[in-house]
Write a new protein. Structure first.
Length: 170
């Protein structure tokens, strides 16, 4: 087990490996009624069950692409082998997904970003885009008052230690 960063220790929903599931389950009915900008409800197909699986995530749309990040081992407080989220396993098994954003539901193909140029574009989009919901998220993860620089720093850590994903919308 690795040491989790301070923002993880401050968030009661990330103190266990199940916390993210609990938080997503609590957010889901609210976000289904009204999905704020910067948030997405990702629906993948379960790799074992074939059933639809939904997850609330930070999702930044830039044109025909939506950027997501699976939090990495440092954020989850676990070793790398244990750090793959179920939704990423599902994407690897079947990359056809749909995502509900503030402007509606979109269909697309998800993939991990490996190209350095595309990674740079994704990083700017993901880290530099700040939406109103990000201020509440920042308070939840970091001490003190939320600010644009703190939000950018938080999302930069997530991007740099996580697995960047892009959904190419169809």
């Amino acid at each position: 087990m690795t040491d989790a960063p301070a923002e993880r220790r401050l968030n009661p929903f990330t103190k266990s490996s199940q916390g993210g599931r609990v938080l997503s389950a609590l957010q889901l009915p609210i976000f289904l009624a009204h999905t704020p900008r910067g948030v997405g409800i990702l629906t993948t197909t379960g790799r074992r069950t074939g059933k639809p699986r939904r997850k609330c995530l930070r999702a930044i749309r830039n044109g025909a692409r939506v950027y997501l990040v699976m939090l990495g081992p440092a954020m989850l407080g676990v070793e790398r082998e244990q750090a793959i989220a179920a939704w990423l396993h599902n994407i690897r098994a079947d990359p056809k997904v749909h995502i509900r954003l503030s402007d509606g539901t979109h269909f697309g193909t998800a993939r991990e970003i490996v190209d350095e140029e595309e990674l740079a574009t994704a990083r700017v989009s993901y880290t530099e885009t700040v939406n109103p919901f990000d201020y509440a998220e920042c308070v939840f993860h970091t001490p003190g008052q939320a600010s644009r620089p703190k939000i950018v720093a938080l999302h930069s850590r997530w991007f740099d230690t996580g697995a960047p994903i892009v959904i190419d919308l169809t």
